[in-house]
Design a protein. Sequence first.
Length: 357
Amino acid sequence: MASYVQAGELAAQHIKRQFPEFQWQWQIVRKPRYPAYGMLDPLDLLESGVQEKIKNHWDFAVVLVSNELKARYRIATLGVPSSALEVGVLSGHELVGDPDKSRKLAGLALHILGHLWGLEHSAEGVMVPPEHASQLRPESFSDDERLAVVRRLEEVSDIRVEERNSGQGMFRFYWNTFRADPRSLVVDVIGYAPWRLPLKMGRMTAATVVSMLFMVLSPEPWQLGIDLDGVALAAGTLLSIVCATVFIFAGQNLGQVTRELGFREQVARTRMVTFLTLFLGLFSLWLMLFIVMSAVALGFPREIVGGWLGGDVRLDTADAFRYAAFMAVLGIVAGAVGGNIEEEAEIKADLFFDEEV
Ligand SMILES: [Zn+2]
């Protein structure tokens, strides 16, 4: 415990020295919540970090445990930053018995805080991705990194929306939160690379593809798709993506990580980032399906479709695109169901983890 407190003090000193333009307050809260041995899921620790952060009105929180962390994408992990939640988790497990433990932990804490403040990896300094715990040390941020962090912290230290005006309705509150800083919201969403979501959510995409396979070989979707006009298809696309987003967001309790009574800007912001990321992820899935189905429709033997549709119907390219758009809408509906077969913890990890250090 003593080395953990020392590590915290060391990290705080570094931060105070490198960012003297801000008034720093830091606080250690000790929670005997888990047994000292055994693997812990970083997701649970992030959730308890979020709770503490909100309860104590902190801007950021770092959860430090002596247990090993459960890794999802790598063999082992020293820590997990989540800039969406503005919370990081780190483990001292690899450093048991290390005489230099507190300095190394401080280095790790600075690296994780760097991620929470929006920094990417670099070739030297704090943001070098540590391949092994022995490489950790509390170093300085480079000048560029320092500037980026100062900009980020200036935004954070602005008065939060809930402090500015109270007694407003939910929609107004969300709107004000959005208006307070739309740029960083967009930057965060892009940082999550939502277009990669269809690949990450394998079960959802598989459910979609299987249902497509069956539908390609039956005449009804051709008849329905070709009869719809562009406006109906555009409306159907938007509606299906919005509904699928709401369905997965609610079904996977994605809003629940940040549950809290009353409105808070950070909570509202995290929810908006999550929702938008999911929305764009599903839009990417639609686009992917549309492209694949267009290719299928253009290559499908015309005689077969002609036979299905009866008589001498001639299909043109626009028909093929309408059919593809209609099939993509059906795919999104299937995907929404498939998305809820996905493990809840896996989706949350995909959305909330910046990396496993
Ligand atoms: Zn990193």
